[in-house]
Design a binder for this molecule. Sequence first.
Ligand code: MN
Length: 209
Amino acid sequence: MNQHYPFTLQPLPYEYDALEPYINEETMHFHHDKHLQTYVDNLNNLLKDYPQYHDCPLHQLVAKYCHLPEAIQTGVRNNAGGVYNHQLYFYCMGKGETRPTGKIAECIDRCFGSYDNWREKMKASALSQFGSGWAWLVTDKKGNFKIVHTLNQDNPLAKGMTPLLLVDVWEHAYYLQYQNRRAEYLDNWFQVINWRAVEQWADRVCGLS
Ligand code: MN
């Protein structure tokens, strides 16, 4: 998330069919190659006439968009969010540990009682997001794990929280395979969380272990 202008489409860290049958290859192609590419292109277009932000890392654009000139504020909020959120979403999936282990498992147990409780709460949060958005596992300023959901491409970084894991509940994330069945998509998403990747990310952003 330290990339800066000009942004490029980061390749998936696995094959397009790696998440089959839970998330199919067609969905991954559209989601990564079309949707994420559009956010990347839009963000580059927005920033092209603002050289003062060309060295600004992605996570700062996302966290501090409200300090940007008004003309690009909403655009950066939506499109820098779109790039960051999708990159982390794709990164946190794959074939790996399907249950949390180690330090992250301890934090989940401490803050939610158990993995199963966490899963239930995460699913409920994702279902309760009306329309397009995301559900997140974050840490707050005190280092407590929390679940939040956000509208559109908003990111909890802008509210001082640190994202650890997220699930896309825009219809484009599941409609090709699951149509309107968001709950079924979510049940399948839990099967493709790569907890090893999540742990490595959490370690990087909040020094978990
Ligand atoms: Mn998406």
